[in-house]
Design a protein around this ligand. Structure first.
Ligand code: CDP
Length: 218
């Protein structure tokens, strides 16, 4: 396994709307570490597949897209095959298919290899996703499992997406949670040793302080 325990890795997992991106970004800034949104990688594969009219149920074809994909994530900007796709990868069509693409074992392996390489090159980082503490970096120095009530998570998404269609958003989150938790490969779980933090009633600063209080770098 490529993740040495000498690397400063903070693994943050949790369902949609639990606050992963906000917390991971802020933590990275505070600790002067790089930040990687692994969901953006699965979204990027889904986006390119849709763009190229690939059948997203065809694992071989999706894997070919994943292998060819040039993916760059720097300061929250996601550049895919040379184009800034930060906005596009969060579109509703991508959100609809991403859990299907993310359930493909060969595609996951490709992404996990890239995530480990990224951390190796950066010498550590704050990495957020669904399987970071369980599969990608089980030996991460700090593992956090963020949660929040279904209502709060849906509210956050509604704010982010600036939509009034609350029931559609809640439904989409519920379906994705089910798919991510129920899949055979690398399901979303609270990994061994992960500290669970419920952010329903917590602000960003408070959550960060709690995480920072959990550990001391050796
Ligand atoms: O930001 P949001 O919570 O909506 O999701 P995301 O982090 O962008 O991830 C999108 C999807 O990618 C998730 O619903 C999972 O299906 C998949 N994913 C995954 O399987 N493993 C990861 N490490 C990260 C994301």
């Amino acid at each position: 396994m490529s993740n040495s325990t000498n690397e400063k890795i903070i693994a943050i997992d949790g369902p949609a709307g639990s606050g992963k991106s906000t917390i991971a970004k802020a933590l990275a800034k505070k600790l002067n570490l790089d930040y990687l949104d692994t969901g953006a990688m699965y979204r990027a594969v889904s986006f390119i597949s849709i763009q190229q009219n690939i059948d997203v149920l065809d694992e071989k074809k999706v894997l070919a897209i994943a292998k060819e994909m040039d993916f760059n994530f720097e300061d929250g900007i996601c550049v895919v095959n040379g184009f800034d796709a930060t906005r596009d990868i969060r579109g509703s069509e991508v959100t609809r298919v991403v859990s299907v693409v993310a359930a493909m074992p060969t595609v996951r392996q490709e992404m996990v290899d890239r995530q480990r390489l990224w951390v190796k090159e950066k010498g550590g980082g704050v990495v957020e996703g669904r399987d970071i503490g369980s599969v990608v970096f089980p030996k991460a120095k700090v593992k956090v499992y963020l949660t929040a009530s279904e209502e709060v998570r849906a509210e956050r998404r509604i704010e982010q997406e600036e939509t009034l269609d609350a029931s559609r958003v809640a439904d989409s989150i519920r379906k994705r949670d089910e798919a991510d938790k129920g899949r055979l490969n690398s399901p979303l779980v609270r990994s061994e040793g992960a500290i669970e933090i419920d952010t329903s009633l917590m602000g960003v600063e408070e959550t960060i302080e709690e995480i920072l209080g959990l550990f001391k770098w050796k």
